[in-house]
Design a binder for this molecule. Structure first.
Ligand code: C5P
Length: 282
């Protein structure tokens, strides 16, 4: 099989997200602050005679974004889509954590090195999926707009962000949540802009994250998925604000530091909600 390259593929959170409007192609334009999480998959890519993707988790039906990444890069440079990809999965699937998109971005980065190509990976990434350009760009924090293809890096905070991440055990399809969105629920870009500004100024704190952790997809996600509303109400009754990432169902709480994250996770666990302390934007 010869030389192989292994790349870390981190999960992401949308720390704030606004839906700016529906596009003629059926997708929506977004404005969102993305940050990577310390939770990550490992992706190994090697030369191969065919296209083969192995995954340590069953990713279910639907198109495999990692295979699509190989095909899109191959077609960009006029090569056969031949590669062996092995994904060691840790990021939960269909959670709003961008796992599949991050794996696809890792494939693009590793293949570009392996094949020694100088293609515009962000443009190729946009053809693979809406969240893939952020991961290909490689920064820990970015302001993302358009369908996801416009990525502007933001400075990482001086100290990594401590969060508690919770995943209600339900399946929620992205298209379903966008379909439920009402016109009056869109366009709350002021929170996204304020948060991006705080990253630029280096003034982001847990309080900033709580104040601007807005997501236009929260209301439609709550209507489609009762667990999201119930979990948020349970946490709120204990003084903990939970924000939604992406189209859900994953939720997160901002913490002051590691100790505070452990405290929040403990309070939530006593209320029957299992959350994991994690670090973002490191
Ligand atoms: O990007 P992905 O294929 O995961 O999106 C799934 C569905 O979510 C799309 O078919 C579309 O209905 C919706 N979507 C959207 N606008 C985006 C991203 C996703 O409308 N920016």
């Amino acid at each position: 099989m010869g030389r192989s390259i292994t790349v870390t593929a981190p999960a992401k959170l949308n720390l704030a997200l606004a839906v700016m409007g529906k596009r003629p192609d059926g997708y929506h334009d977004l404005l969102s602050v993305f940050a990577t999480l310390d939770l990550a998959d490992d992706v190994r890519v090697a030369r191969h005679r065919t296209l083969e993707v192995r995954n340590t988790l069953d990713i279910g039906g639907g198109e495999d974004l990692a295979a699509r990444a190989v095909r899109e890069l191959a077609s960009e440079i006029g090569r056969e889509p031949q590669a062996f990809v092995r994904i060691r999965k840790r990021i939960p699937i269909a959670a709003g954590l961008g796992g599949g998109s991050s794996d696809a971005a890792a494939v693009l980065r590793a293949l570009a090195t392996l094949w020694e190509v100088e293609a515009d990976l962000v443009a190729v990434a946009a053809r693979v999926g809406s969240d893939v350009p952020f991961f290909v760009a490689g920064g820990p924090v970015a302001l993302v707009s358009g369908r996801g293809e416009v990525v502007t890096a933001l400075p990482a905070p001086r100290e990594p962000l401590h969060l508690v991440v919770l995943r209600p055990p339900v399946r929620l399809r992205t298209a379903e949540v966008f379909g439920e969105l009402r016109p009056g629920e869109m366009g709350h870009s002021e929170h996204v802009s304020a948060l991006a500004g705080a990253f630029r100024d280096g003034t982001v704190t847990a309080e900033t994250l709580r104040e601007h952790g807005w997501n236009d997809l929260l209301a439609p996600a709550e209507r489609r998925c009762e667990a999201i509303a119930t979990w948020r109400a349970t946490a709120a009754a204990r003084g903990i604000a939970l924000s939604l990432t992406g189209s859900g169902p994953t939720l997160f709480a901002a913490a002051d530091d590691r100790r505070d994250a452990l405290r929040i996770a403990r309070i939530l666990r006593r209320a029957g909600l299992r959350g994991h302390p994690q670090i973002a934007a490191a």
